[in-house]
Design a protein around this ligand. Structure first.
Ligand code: UTP
Length: 310
């Protein structure tokens, strides 16, 4: 048998077939993964992250109403010709960028039966090697290197690796939660590495094993596909990836967690989306200076919480 380190993950799977109900009505016709974070779709940042981590083969699991995603990663000869004629090199480069980031492939989920079911659609593409999963609405700041850490942990320990975030006990019922092995944990570049001993999807607050939530990055062993095929619908009637990972743990396969200490935005959540746009725009060279000075004035005029704006 080859050692785990001999087979590093090379492929990324990005599930984008969810219905995006939290962002309706905007997401009735526009996939939430294409909502602009400043001037680029959230999904472009995510494909960029996969490519940066050394995963140039990307499979998107799409569904109905998601055709715009395929268009975004395709060439647009008419638009490119028009920009070229105008001599608009910057915009031409921006339009090209999405098609050059990675080799992007597509498969359809058919019916949105849950994240586990979406990941299962990637089995033929992935084959028998470890692979990464990046959720299409979960944005990790480009200055933080969560996925690279996770790939290194997977190469060292084998098995599967999940990204964790301490969301506080009061919020854990919105997430998959984990139990971890107690004791001291090694820290790699600020992120703690833990051994996961149990997983449960959206537990009631008083039953949660910890305040550590699963966030949208995974490096998975291909054994997860066999488990997913036999995983029945769970929480919300959906086939849950969390349940399949819980089965892997029960079978004694190693599952590690990397507790993320950096910046993360859930762009499928309206408030987090707004925070992502403001923060990333305020840090840009072009938009940052005028936005920051406007923000200072705006904040100074804000009424205290509870009072209504004039
Ligand atoms: P979410 O639960 O955040 O997506 O799934 P959702 O169902 O679209 O969101 P809301 O709650 O209705 O607003 C996490 C990721 O898994 C994908 C989503 O596209 C998202 O990237 N997903 C979810 C699928 O691809 N298929 C599914 O059946 C469910």
């Amino acid at each position: 048998m080859s050692s785990p380190a001999a087979r590093p993950a090379r492929k990324a799977v990005i599930p984008v077939a969810g219905m995006g109900t939290r962002f309706l009505p905007a997401t009735k016709a526009v996939p939430k993964e294409l909502l602009p974070v400043v001037d680029r779709p959230a999904l472009e940042y995510i494909v960029e992250e996969a490519a940066r981590a050394g995963l140039p083969e990307v499979l998107m699991v799409t569904g109905r109403n998601k055709a715009a995603i395929e268009d975004f990663f395709d060439r647009t000869p008419e638009l490119e010709a028009a920009l070229e004629k105008k001599g608009d090199a910057d915009r031409l480069a921006a339009v090209h960028a999405s098609t050059e980031l990675a080799h992007v492939h597509f498969v359809r989920q058919g019916e949105a039966k849950g994240l586990g079911h979406a990941v299962l659609q990637a089995s033929a593409f992935v084959g028998d090697e470890p692979f990464a999963v990046l959720l299409g609405d979960d944005l990790i700041d480009a200055r933080d290197h969560l996925l690279e850490h996770m790939l290194a942990v997977q190469a060292e320990h084998g098995g599967s690796v999940i990204a964790l975030l301490d969301v506080g006990r009061e919020n854990i019922d919105k997430y998959g939660a984990v139990a971890i092995e107690p004791g001291d944990h090694p820290v790699v570049d600020g992120d703690e590495v833990v051994r996961v001993t149990g997983l449960v999807e959206k537990p009631p607050v008083d039953e949660a094993p910890s305040s550590l939530a699963i966030i949208g990055r995974y490096v998975l062993s291909p054994t997860v596909f066999d488990v997913l095929r036999d995983t029945p619908p769970g929480r919300g009637g959906e086939i849950q990836l969390t349940d399949a990972l819980a089965t892997l743990v029960e079978r004694g396969e190693p599952v590690h967690g990397v507790v993320f200490s950096g910046r993360r935005y859930d762009t499928g959540d309206r408030l987090d989306y707004l925070k992502a746009v403001i923060r990333l725009a305020s840090e840009r060279d072009d938009l940052g200076p005028p936005l920051r000075s406007w923000l200072h004035e705006f904040v100074a005029d804000l009424p205290a919480e509870g009072a209504s704006p004039s």
